[in-house]
Design a protein around this ligand. Structure first.
Ligand SMILES: [Zn+2]
Length: 76
């Protein structure tokens, strides 16, 4: 009998809001950190997320400019 591999179960830490394995007793991200360090950790992840969003916007603008350039070339 073949048992299908289970999906990795994760839970969200209420303290640092990061995901960690269900098998862990406590969060692997903020375990042993002080409140101040947890705040810094959350800020770090928030900054990274914002950076990715800005990068996405930049690619969107470049794509739009390329489309505009193609349109100008084709219409000319
Ligand atoms: Zn945590």
């Amino acid at each position: 009998m073949i048992i299908p591999p289970r999906l990795r179960r994760v839970k969200k830490c209420e303290r640092c809001e990061l995901l960690f394995s269900y098998n862990e007793m406590s969060c692997t991200h903020c375990k042993g950190l002080s409140e101040q360090q947890v705040v810094a950790l959350k800020q770090k992840y928030a900054d990274e997320h914002e950076g990715n969003a800005n990068l996405g916007k930049l690619f969107f603008i470049i794509a739009m400019l390329l489309l505009l350039a193609l349109f100008i070339i084709n219409s000319g």
